[in-house]
Write a protein that binds this ligand. Structure first.
Ligand SMILES: [Ca+2]
Ligand SMILES: [Ca+2]
Ligand SMILES: [Ca+2]
Ligand SMILES: [Ca+2]
Length: 316
């Protein structure tokens, strides 16, 4: 295990000089059509852009310059501003779609954190989950940067294989863990966090993405699930509220907003139920800023979140 080595090289928290991304825009700028290809992308800086999926098949590309390990927070406001658009977002590194996300909560509005693997230009694509298009399918794209706010990492506990034994960690935390091999396959790791009403929390796994010349790459195929659970009742009555898994070489992440002060549980496992000393991961858990208001009605009709509501991953 190289956990001690991993602990000493974590640098992601001190990554970004906000000025490196330029100053934020005061008011949203409108998109400029045509922007349906990367070659036609609207150049963007931190701030907000208003657009519409104006016709069936419309795709809107924005380009942005990022420093290596710069953290870009991409947040779509569509349903939250009364639009019928069910938006999706993708991030492209050249012709490689490195990250894509659908909505993961009860709203139509997706958001994701993208950490640039290198200095350079990246592309953000906004499109519709369905086939419809029209001027009423409006959205505002918010681009911001953020930080975990801490640099020190902690190791997972040894006995965290069940919900009831979940490790309690504060928010924010940087946690280094390993999905060990066990006699029945891969280890599972449960973590517990205590949130406040309205807190929006990122759960972000670095395994495949963890790129350091002094450490062999992680062999973890990450699979994370968020659970609500009342510790007074059996574990079998826990409820999965969101999940995400690695796709190709992109690790999973989830963004969860607490509706009320509550505990939330995160399970980390290998998608193939495999384990071993090189199945290591770094888990970042920290609060994200709120970039726009969200009407509470969006969540009022929400009874359950369907399984596999979210995929964060790469598609060639
Ligand atoms: Ca458009
Ligand atoms: Ca377009
Ligand atoms: Ca473990
Ligand atoms: Ca474990």
């Amino acid at each position: 295990m190289q956990v001690s080595r991993i602990l000493t090289v974590i640098t992601l928290s001190a990554l970004l000089v906000p000025g490196g991304l330029g100053s934020a825009l005061a008011t949203p700028l409108p998109e400029t059509e045509p922007n349906d290809t990367r070659a036609q992308a609207d150049p963007a800086v931190l701030g907000s852009y208003s657009g519409a999926i104006g016709s069936p098949g419309d795709r809107d590309f924005f380009s942005i310059e990022l420093p290596e390990l710069g953290i870009l927070y991409i947040d779509i406001e569509a349903e939250a501003q009364g639009s019928p658009l069910d938006a999706q977002i993708s991030v492209w590194d050249g012709s490689y779609r490195t990250s894509r996300v659908d909505d993961v909560d009860c709203s139509f509005d997706p958001e994701l954190i993208f950490v640039a693997p290198r200095d350079g230009e990246f592309f953000i694509e906004v499109h519709n989950d369905g086939t419809a298009g029209g001027p009423e399918l409006t959205y505002t794209l918010h681009l911001d940067t953020t930080s975990p706010g801490i640099t020190e990492a902690q190791e997972e506990g040894l006995l965290n294989d069940f919900l009831v034994h979940a490790d309690l960690f504060p928010i924010p935390s940087i946690i280094v863990g390993v999905i060990d091999a066990t006699e029945w396959g891969g280890d599972v790791d449960y973590f517990k966090f205590e949130g406040e009403a309205g807190q929006k929390i990122l759960f972000d796994i670095y395994a495949a993405r963890y790129d350091d010349p002094f450490i062999d790459p992680s062999t973890l195929y990450g699979y994370i699930r968020l659970y609500e659970w009342d510790s007074e009742v059996p574990e079998s009555e826990s409820v999965v509220v969101a999940e995400a898994s690695a796709v190709n070489d992109v690790d999973p992440q989830l963004i969860y907003t607490f509706r009320e002060a509550d505990d939330i549980y995160l399970r980390v496992a290998d998608l193939r139920d495999e384990g071993g000393p090189m199945h290591y991961y770094v888990l970042y858990v920290y609060e994200l800023p709120s970039l726009h208001p969200v009407p509470v009605e969006i969540y009022e009709d929400c009874v359950t979140v369907p399984e596999y509501a979210c995929f964060v991953g790469a598609v060639l």
